[in-house]
Each structure stands twice: as structure tokens, then as C-alpha cells.
Ligand binder design. Sequence first.
Ligand SMILES: Cc1ncc(COP(=O)(O)O)c(C=O)c1O
Length: 381
Amino acid sequence: MWHYFDHEDLAAVKEVLDRGQLGTIGVAPALQALQDAFCQEFDSPCAMGVCNAMAGLHAAVAAAGAGAGDEVVVDPLVGFGAIAVLFNNAIPVFADVRRDTHTMAPDSLRERISERTKAVIVTQLWGLIADMDEIMEIAKEHDLLVIEDCAHAIYATYNGEYAGTIGDVGVFSFQESKQLSTGDGGIVLYKDPEVGRRMNEMVTFGTMPKRIALNYRMTEVTAAIARVQLKKTPGYIDICIKSAGYYNDAVADTDLIVPQFVPEGRVNTYHLWASTYEGDEQGLSFDEFQRIAEEHDVSFMWRYIQKVPYLHDVIRQPIAFGRGCPIECPLRARDAMYYEGLCPNAEEIMSRLMLTSTGGNPDDHARTAENLRKAIEAAEG
Ligand SMILES: Cc1ncc(COP(=O)(O)O)c(C=O)c1O
């Protein structure tokens, strides 16, 4: 835990408790203030607090009108978008990523679109925004709703524009590990009030919903803390960027490890520092390097979720709803595409991926980065 909570957070919570209303059905001053603050900070016309980012993604896919037999293009290095699509009874179609940036490859997106595609969920991965100019152009050609998954990317920019404000919908997570954290929570930025109305049907209903919905409301207490934490988030991000710098420096002179590439015009906010191990071509296996690194007290997340999401049973089998739904839905236009080799770059990256968090004390990261440098030296012999 590296976020700090002080008198300002306490005062904000006390204000809610003094009012005596903790829920957000109807008038909800803390939630309204948070939504206004997000709109102002990120120059977005509309915002909607939610209980977590998965709820926001679920509601956004529903707002795109995706249901049985419909398709939504998603990223292949994280599973969140795909799960949100499955939960809408629709079919996730994986586009490959760029080998250097780890973010969605526009050419692959174009290739994966069919007449059933309703939306694309672009993950602004590890803190870096994808090739949004190209992605927006393709989406416009095919009339797709562009949903940015910004769980990693609050305050990340792309030619000066903030993550979550380039597409139609931007979904943020306030989960414990994120740069803005309230333990759990999230917010969705959006432009079109009609999209907002449809998402709101999923997020809150009084007694009977208009469609299948579960209530994804944020509470007043969470909103009050989030509003104070929003002000502190740029400070947290400075720490992450500084810490990532130590790791980038540690690998600057080696070919063994290649950090996530940041194209010009983008600010990576480094929710995670990501790199791939490339030393096997020089005769040293990833397993062997991991052993050497751990001997040097470097404990990274090695290979993240081990294999790409579409090779995990919950998607591939498919066991999401049992009996093959929604992947084997009779309304589908084509057979599901979940096989090894589908997204070669993503598979290659996953098998080589080294991740580490960047929050906390930068001095700790400086020490770990120095250990990494020594591990590289030892590996290079
Ligand atoms: C990229 C991405 N999207 C979505 C989520 C889901 O966030 P939440 O836990 O707020 O539902 C996460 C959580 O780790 C994430 O990393």
C-alpha cells in the first residue's frame, strides 16, 4: 500500500457521514462532485461513477448494443475486455498487438472486423496509449464504439490528449493496485448522452431494470475519497515514472531485455514497467535468467498470466455460461477463433514478459533496478 490518506480524505468522508446518506440513488453530492472533477480534469463532457472497472466495461459493451452472436474486438495480453464481452453474451475476437509497444495493432484490428462487430475495447496497456489515430479511423469506417480500457492509464497522454477521452468511452479502475485507488471503484468517461443513458441502465435501477442489469453503483464514501485521491494521483504518477526510469536505465545497454517501446508524442504513466526477455537468441533461456535474477533479489511478475487469454479454459472451452454459450451460439456468423498462433506477437510477448509495479518508495525501485543490472551482468558473463 503506497497511497496516502490524510486529513483531507478524512474530512471528505466525514462530510458524507454527517450528511447521513451513503447511497447514490437520486441526489448524490459526493458522486456528482467526483464526476464533475473528472470531466474538468480530463476535459470530458460526461462521467459516471461505477463500483469497479469490470462493471464499467460490461456496461460499455452493453451500450454498444453487443449481444448474442455479435462480436467485439479485444486485446490479447489481458483478459478483462474479453470477459466483459462474454458477460454480455457476445463473442470476443482477439486482435494482435504490436511487438514493440504491446498495444493493439491497427492492421490486426482491421483484419478481425466482421459485419457482426459492434465495438472494440482498446487496452491502454501498462500505462501506454495505443495507436489511437489509426484505431479511431478504422472504427469510424466500420461504425464501431471505441471503448478505452484505461485501468492502467489514468493521466497517460497521446499527442496531448488524455487516456479515456480519445475513444467514445473510457473506463478507469480504482482497485487497490491502481494509481488512483479507493480499494475498489471506477469511473467511465463518455461523450454521447445516449451511450450514457444505455450504460446507466446497467449501472443503476430502482426496482425493476429495463434490461438484465446488476446495479454497479459507486457509494458516496468511495466517491468522496476518489475525489481527494484524484488530486494526489499526479504525485503518485511522478513516482511511477521516476521508478520506471531506473528500470529503463538498467536495461539501456543490454540486448537481453527490451522495455516496452514508447512512440513519440505519448506519455507512458507506467502503472507497470513492462519488458520482454530476448536473451534466448544468445543462448540463455528465460528460465535460466529468471533464476539468476531471483538470486539477485529481483522478483518480477514473470510471464504475467502465463498464456494469452484465449488459451485459458474460461474462453477457449468455452465454459463461460456452460453448454458452449455464447461462443457456439446459433446466432454467430463464424466459428470462434481461439487457437495457438492466432495472435503471434501477443503469444511471443507473453512467453517473454517481465512486469514490475512502480509504486511505493522510488529508492526501493532504484535498489531493485541496480540488482537487475547486476543480474544482467552475471547473465552476460
Ligand atoms: C487492464 C485492466 N482492465 C480492467 C481491470 C478490472 O478492474 P477492476 O478490478 O476495477 O474491475 C483491471 C484490473 O486489474 C485491469 O488491469
